[in-house]
Write a protein that binds this ligand. Structure first.
Ligand code: SF4
Length: 126
C-alpha cells in the first residue's frame, strides 16, 4: 500500500485501540477525519515516525462535490475533443457547422464544439 485512498486504508495503519488521545472517539472516527482533511495522520501519537513519513503527502482527502463535478466535466471535454464531430453529425442526423455539432432534443438545439464546450437554446444544469 503506497497511498491511503480511503477511510478503511487509513484505519489499517492505526493500532485500533480507540484510546481517544487524538480527541476522536475511535480510530475509525480519526481515520474518517483524516480522509475529510480535518486531521493529519501525524496527530495519532501512536504512529511510528516511519509510518507517518511513508504516507506523508500520500493521504488522499475526499473531494468536494464541486471538485468532482469540475473533474468530470473536464474529463468529458477531453473525451469529446477526441471525437470526429463531423462524421458523428452525419451518423446521428445532426448538423455540423462552424466546428459545432448541433442536434435537436425535445425540439431544442443542443450543441457541442470540438473542445467539448456545450451550449443550448435552454439553460444547461451540469
Ligand atoms: S490516538 Fe491513534 S490509536 Fe488512539 S484513538 Fe486516535 S487514532 Fe486511534
Amino acid at each position: 500500500m503506497s497511498q491511503l485512498n480511503n477511510t478503511v486504508e487509513i484505519l489499517k495503519v492505526l493500532n485500533k485501540s480507540n484510546c481517544r488521545e487524538c480527541n476522536e472517539l475511535t480510530c475509525l472516527a480519526f481515520a474518517a477525519a483524516v480522509f475529510k482533511g480535518n486531521k493529519q495522520l501525524a496527530e495519532c501519537p501512536h504512529l511510528e515516525g516511519d509510518v507517518i513519513e511513508r504516507f506523508r503527502g500520500k493521504t488522499e482527502t475526499r473531494k468536494t462535490p464541486e471538485q468532482d463535478l469540475d473533474e468530470s466535466v473536464e474529463k468529458l471535454k477531453r473525451n469529446v475533443s477526441e471525437i470526429d464531430l463531423s462524421s458523428s453529425a452525419r451518423r446521428l442526423g445532426a448538423e455540423f457547422s462552424d466546428d459545432r455539432l448541433t442536434i435537436k432534443i425535445c425540439g431544442k438545439n443542443f450543441s457541442v464544439d470540438s473542445k467539448g464546450n456545450l451550449s443550448s437554446d435552454i439553460h444547461i444544469n451540469p
